[in-house]
Design a protein around this ligand. Structure first.
Ligand code: NAP
Ligand code: HSE
Length: 427
């Protein structure tokens, strides 16, 4: 049977992995796909780089954009970046009526709707299983498996680098910067690792999941984003002492208040499944009105898992199994207003580094009282070598706007050293 001809742009961690998966499982993949899948052309920046695979069997294109004009039926974009060569290639590929497979969540978060529309007009496939949660088939799970359900909430651990860092800090008491370097070496981190640790990568993925889960237009610009740079080893230790683990979560909800999307460090109770997700593992929870709670868990980054998801998309295309990229025609996706996060209620963890002097605790407590924030528990740890003291507070359930007001009252206080840390407690 006629082979599915594929052109591959980007031969880094994921691109190299795609070649290795197709080589290792060639016959099985052909049987599952109903026909062989053959790479016909490849492109990257540096032709001379050793990638540990034999590239001499493929045509080489110095100009990555030429892949859109090649004999291939499908182009795989694994270059990365929201715009630039990746976007130009994606647009040209779909305009040429070829299928596009990408792992590029940044591009999808910013241009997903445009690309989906272009794919639908061309009758071409646009598939992006690898863009969210690496090897976990969560896109397929939401697009197909849970398609009968109204989904009210989708949330989870969406960044392998952050989860690797947080769980290493927890297990080994190591510093943030040291563990980040290890995640980069393992190929988990983005080209610009600030995307990982500042929560942007998780927000890209959350906006894609939210669109699929709720049938809404991707709205990356409406995601409230913060990362894990400010998480101290002391926060990890205090959270543990209180019965929690710290995880960077993406949380999206759709309801009468509108579309809520947030990426933020959370305290996750030890009895919640997400507390036990460690390393570069990702986990996504989706709550459907008939299926109940679904938990998707697996490797969220790295060569093998991500390449596995890319090749799964190729197999679907080879079988002719693809529909509208966001599970419904892009014109049918609803535009939903962003919800006001300040109205949300929940418990909060607040950590202050303070000067060790009389009246500091009273000042913090007064700010809480004046803003109507009730304190459930408070821990004060003895003086650090620099003479500062750590104060960690857990609040009772309260509107987030009240917590913000309490912190506002403390802004500029001479008692505080540095910025307070605010983490939400997963309810
Ligand atoms: P990577 O290791 O940095 O590889 C990027 C590849 O693109 C390299 O081969 C590079 O060429 C090539 N490239 C970069 N700029 C180019 C340009 N201007 N023109 C042509 N080629 C160019 O990245 P990666 O980790 O494989 O990630 C690829 C994509 O997958 C990204 O969108 C990323 O967000 C996504 N993703 C990655 C993972 C993961 O675990 N790594 C997981 C899920 C999704 P040279 O090799 O010649 O420099
Ligand atoms: N940098 C990403 C992460 C790669 O750490 O999760 C997978 O998308």
């Amino acid at each position: 049977m006629t082979a599915l001809r594929v052109a591959l742009a980007g031969l880094g961690t994921v691109g190299g992995g795609v070649i290795r998966v197709l080589d290792a499982n060639r016959e099985l993949i052909a049987r599952r796909a109903g026909r062989p899948i053959e790479i016909v052309a490849v492109s990257a920046r540096d032709r001379s780089k050793d990638r540990g695979v034999d590239l001499s069997r493929f045509a080489w294109e110095d100009d990555t954009q030429a892949l859109a004009r090649s004999e291939a039926d499908v182009v795989i974009e694994l270059v990365g970046g929201a715009d630039g060569p990746a976007l130009a290639l994606a647009r040209a590929t779909l305009a040429a009526g070829k299928g596009l497979v990408t792992a590029n969540k940044a591009m999808l978060a910013h241009h997903g709707l445009e690309l989906a529309d272009a794919a639908e007009r061309a009758g071409a496939a646009l598939k992006f299983e690898a863009a969210v949660a690496g090897g976990i088939p969560v896109i397929k799970g939401l697009r197909e498996g849970a398609a009968a359900n109204e989904i009210a909430r989708v949330y989870g651990i969406l960044n392998g680098t952050c989860n690797f860092i947080l769980s290493k800090m927890e297990a080994e008491g190591r510093d943030f910067a040291e563990v980040l370097a290890e995640a980069q070496t393992l190929g988990y981190a983005e080209a610009d690792p600030s995307f990982d640790i500042d929560g942007v990568d998780a927000a890209h993925k959350l906006s894609i999941l939210a669109s699929l889960a709720f049938g809404t237009r991707p709205a990356f610009g409406a995601v409230a984003i913060s990362g894990i740079r400010a998480v101290l080893a002391a926060d990890v230790a205090e959270a543990r002492a209180l019965g929690y683990r710290i995880r960077l979560l993406g949380v999206a909800e759709a309801g009468a208040d509108g579309l809520f999307q947030r990426v933020h460090a959370h305290l996750v109770p030890e009895n919640h499944p997400l507390a036990h997700v460690t390393g570069a593992t990702n986990a996504v929870v989706a709550e459907g009105n008939f299926v109940g709670r679904l938990l998707f868990q697996g490797a969220g980054a790295g060569e093998g898992p991500t390449a596995s998801a890319v090749v799964a998309d190729l197999i679907d295309i080879a079988r002719g199994e693809f529909g509208p990229p966001y599970a419904m025609p892009s014109h049918a996706l609803a535009a939903m207003e962003a919800a006001d996060g300040g109205k949300r209620r929940g418990r909060a963890y607040l950590r202050f580094t303070v000067a060790d002097r009389v009246g500091v605790l009273a000042e913090i407590a007064a700010a809480m009282r004046d803003a109507g924030v009730s304190i459930e528990g408070l821990i004060q740890r003895g003086a650090n070598p620099d003479g500062s003291v750590l104060v960690a507070i857990v609040t009772h359930e309260v509107a987030e706007s009240s917590v913000a007001a309490a912190l506002e009252r403390l802004r500029g206080s001479q008692s505080l050293i540095g910025q307070p840390m605010w983490m939400h407690i997963l309810g």
